[in-house]
Design a protein around this ligand. Sequence first.
Ligand code: ADP
Ligand code: MG
Length: 258
Amino acid sequence: MSGTRDPAVRQSPAVRATGSDTDTLLQTDGVTKRFGGFTAIDGIDFGVNTAELRCLIGPNGAGKSTLLKLITGQHSVTDGEVYYRGEGITDLLPHERVDRGIGMKFQVPSVFDDLTAAGNLRLPLQRVVTNGDLAARVQEALDRVGLSDRADTHASELSHGEQQHLEIGMAVALDPDLLLLDEPVAGLSMEERNDIADLVTALNGDGIAFVVIEHDIDFVARIADEVTVLHQGAVFREGPIEQIRTDEKVRRIYLGGD
Ligand code: ADP
Ligand code: MG
């Protein structure tokens, strides 16, 4: 993803301060989202470095899904800016953000049951592969998420775990530099969770940065180094998983206190 270098483009505070050599891939600057009178996201500064694997945790209603939707453009911000590669993307449409290299797997399943695994992967690819080999790109995506032998199986006949691999594949097919996953292992067995952990770790090893929302702290510990804890629409804690895991105040917000 090249990104223009138009001087009129708004630059993130990090880029203004240090030039474009910064390692920061994504940065939100005072991002706020209100739904009517309710503030779901309250002035969040959240950053992700190139090829980082970050987990986002917090109790139900903390604002995790909303924050990801502000990054993808599914929701517009009420206030603040979103920067990607140092450039303001706050006013870009969701598909324009995808074209810049931001991929997302939503909390709600989005594979088409009536299509095969290959057919599902063709959907995002046919928009961008205009004069290349579509079949080769589909095959490559199948390989990357370990579904080569399931290419011709209808999505409805895939296991729950395989469907999650397929959904991740639909985002990976577009070659993202940042992939946002909203609860990718919800409802999966232990074995399926381990498979997703291996997949995410492998894709991260290929250079894709991740933000993963997850409740299962053992899963988080398996994949993440740094963890961000959201609570009531704000960043409550940020740090290495070992530190977050033993933080008494983090434990308490999960139990419902303040
Ligand atoms: P999480 O993913 O951390 O469980 P969400 O981001 O889904 O939390 O929601 C954060 C808060 O914003 C919740 O109180 C939720 O009810 C509210 N909210 C989310 N989306 C909307 C919406 N479209 N309209 C009104 N309120 C919303
Ligand atoms: Mg959510």
